[in-house]
Structure formats: C-alpha cells, structure tokens
Design a protein around this ligand. Structure first.
Ligand code: SF4
Ligand code: SF4
Ligand code: SF4
Length: 168
C-alpha cells in the first residue's frame, strides 16, 4: 500500500492554478520551458443546458500502487522510493527511451532538455522534513490533500455519513 496518496475534492477546486505554480516554484521549472509543468489543472465541462457545469481537475503523477511505468522501464530508472513510496526517476539511469511515458495511462513523465524523463517526486524532500507537498500547501480551498490512503478514505466516509444524516 502506498504510504502517501493525493486526494482532490473537485467540488472545492476553483481552477486557480496555485498548486501548479507552487510545483513549478518548488522544482525550479520555468514557464514555457521544457519539461512542462509536473502538475496541471484541466477544465472539464459536464452536462448540458441547465445542468451544464464547469469543473477543474488538478492532476500530477498518481504514484500508482501497481505502476505501469516501473514495469515498462528497461533500466530500472523509475522505481518506488522505500521511505515515502513515491515513484521517482533516477536521472543517472534514465536513457530517455519514453517507455514510461507511453506506459503511463496519464502520460505523466515528460521528456526534459537533458534527454531524461521528468515528473513529480511527491516533494520527497519536503515530506522527509515533515512538510506537505508544495501543491497541497498552496491550495487555498483545501481541495488538494495528501496523506495515508486509508485515513483519507475514512475521512471521506465520515463526511459522507454526516451529509446523509443531515439530509444533504
Ligand atoms: S508516472 Fe504514470 S504510471 Fe507511473 S506512477 Fe505516475 S501516474 Fe502512475
Ligand atoms: S507533490 Fe511536489 S512535485 Fe508533485 S505535483 Fe505536488 S508540488 Fe509538484
Ligand atoms: S490550488 Fe487547489 S483550488 Fe486551485 S487549482 Fe489547485 S487544487 Fe484547485
């Protein structure tokens, strides 16, 4: 089981992009330069007519439990970090073959100017120092959370039960 998971409450996400900007700042990524942002916010239109709604979805690497990028990598450059369980790219081992990017259902790994793949590392340095990932820290609406998957599921269950009890 992954030690850390992201959770996005789409009802709270305002599409403000603070998470994406904080990620670029944390990782010294330049706007318009390669690789592109490690966290992106997408607009999604649902329904039609009076039921039409615009939602925002903030996405970065999911640090998947059974990560296809790890299986696809021929050199072992993408691996799970033992402490945080983050899926990380070892720049020394990466040969830039794109296998991970093709295998990832979300196309997350990006090809950098150095000829190696780049992606979210779950802000490992911040986690190791007891801090939240930069994207989570920056979210003004608390739409984005990160933590133990079981604790997050339990919290959601409790809130859903409270809403039902209140007749919402
Ligand atoms: S790069 Fe893609 S497949 Fe690999 S852990 Fe991240 S989301 Fe999952
Ligand atoms: S955890 Fe860190 S590296 Fe990953 S998307 Fe958030 S800010 Fe970026
Ligand atoms: S900072 Fe929070 S509210 Fe703003 S786009 Fe990111 S997840 Fe959504």
């Amino acid at each position: 089981m992954s030690k850390h998971a992201f959770y996005l409450d789409v009802d709270r996400c305002s599409g403000c992009m603070a998470c994406a900007v904080a990620c670029m700042d944390q990782n010294d990524l330049e706007i318009g330069a390669e690789p592109t942002a490690w966290r992106n916010v997408f607009k999604v239109e649902t329904g039609s007519g009076a039921d039409a709604r615009l939602r925002y979805v903030s996405i970065a690497c999911m640090h998947c439990e059974d990560a296809p990028c790890i299986i696809a990598c021929p050199t072992g450059a993408i691996a799970r970090e033992p402490g945080t369980k983050a899926v990380k790219v070892d720049q020394e081992l990466c040969i830039g073959c794109h296998s991970c990017s093709i295998a990832c259902p979300f196309g997350v790994p990006r090809f950098g100017v150095e000829g190696t793949m780049q992606k979210c590392d779950l802000c490992t340095v911040r986690l190791e120092n007891g801090l939240e990932p930069a994207c989570v820290r920056a979210c003004p609406t608390k739409a984005l959370k990160q933590g133990d998957p079981n604790a997050i599921s339990q919290d959601r269950e409790t809130k859903a039960a409270a809403r039902l009890a209140a007749g919402a």
